[in-house]
Ligand binder design. Structure first.
Ligand SMILES: C[S@@+](CC[C@H](N)C(=O)[O-])C[C@H]1O[C@@H](n2cnc3c(N)ncnc32)[C@H](O)[C@@H]1O
Length: 237
């Protein structure tokens, strides 16, 4: 089946890229990362970082948007540097200290990354009052929709990721892939299950096995339907 606007093709390509990245991730060499990596720290676990690198190579995005910067930002930028076309990386962090540390770590890759320090605010999205980033649209690395969105913040101690699929969808288009780290934790697992129920066939939720902290990859199949199903309703404090 084909569609006049190519939306089905974009979903099929996203699905294939996801499978390619899952197959190729083990072979990714992270030796360019200078700091020690482990499964339990604040930085992305090695399995996530290898997967993100492989996913950028497979998707060939023009714009990657990340929430929660750090080592993953460097990995995304290194992967993007090997693509034929240009790829802008926008990375958003709530904490000036960690945004500055990320900026310092980027070295030669800094040119492709736009780092934005955005406060966390409480907003109602999809009927849930949850933290989200107060993004300055004028400070994104590209005006294009993001082909790939990586959600690795806000930290649990600041309210977690309960509002983050609705926020990510604001920057996505049909066929965009939204990756959630820590998808094995109760709150992320519950939030993803809730969104899956609300959004139905407007999204495809993939939960590949074998990631130390759990991983979910959401492919946006029907943006308008998703927007309607997530339309905010009033919530009292
Ligand atoms: C899970 S971390 C993001 C990690 C990032 N994606 C990476 O791969 O390095 C989520 C947020 O926690 C904050 N953070 C990072 N290291 C921290 C630390 N040692 N103590 C407190 N907050 C930290 C940063 O603001 C970051 O955006």
């Amino acid at each position: 089946m084909t569609t006049t606007d190519g939306s089905l093709d974009r979903v099929v390509r996203a699905r294939e890229a996801l499978q390619d990245a899952l197959r190729g991730a083990d072979g990714v060499d992270l030796s360019f990362v200078e700091e020690p990596l482990d499964e339990h720290g604040w930085a992305g676990a090695p399995d996530l970082l290898r997967f993100l690198y492989a996913l950028v190579r497979a998707v060939e995005p023009r714009h990657v948007l990340e929430f929660g910067s750090g080592v993953s930002t460097l990995v995304l930028a290194q992967a993007a540097a090997g693509l034929e076309g240009t790829c802008a990386i926008t990375s958003v962090d709530h904490d000036p200290r960690f945004a500055a540390a990320t900026a310092e770590s980027l070295g030669a890759e800094a040119a492709s990354v736009t780092l934005q320090c955005a406060p966390l605010v409480a907003r109602v999205r999809a009927g849930v009052l949850a933290p989200c980033y107060l993004v300055d649209q004028g400070l994104l690395g590209s005006n294009r929709a993001a082909d790939l969105v990586v959600v690795d913040g806000p930290p649990l101690v600041l309210g977690g990721r309960d509002g983050m699929l609705p926020q990510a969808l604001e920057y996505a288009q049909c066929g965009s892939i939204i990756v959630f780290d820590d998808a094995g934790r109760d709150c992320e697992r519950d939030a993803i299950a809730r969104w899956e129920k609300q959004l139905g066939n407007a999204v495809e939720v993939h939960r590949p096995d074998g990631f130390a902290r759990g991983l979910a990859a959401v492919i946006l199949a029907a943006p308008t339907t998703a927007q309607i199903r997530l339309a905010p309703r009033a919530v009292h404090p």
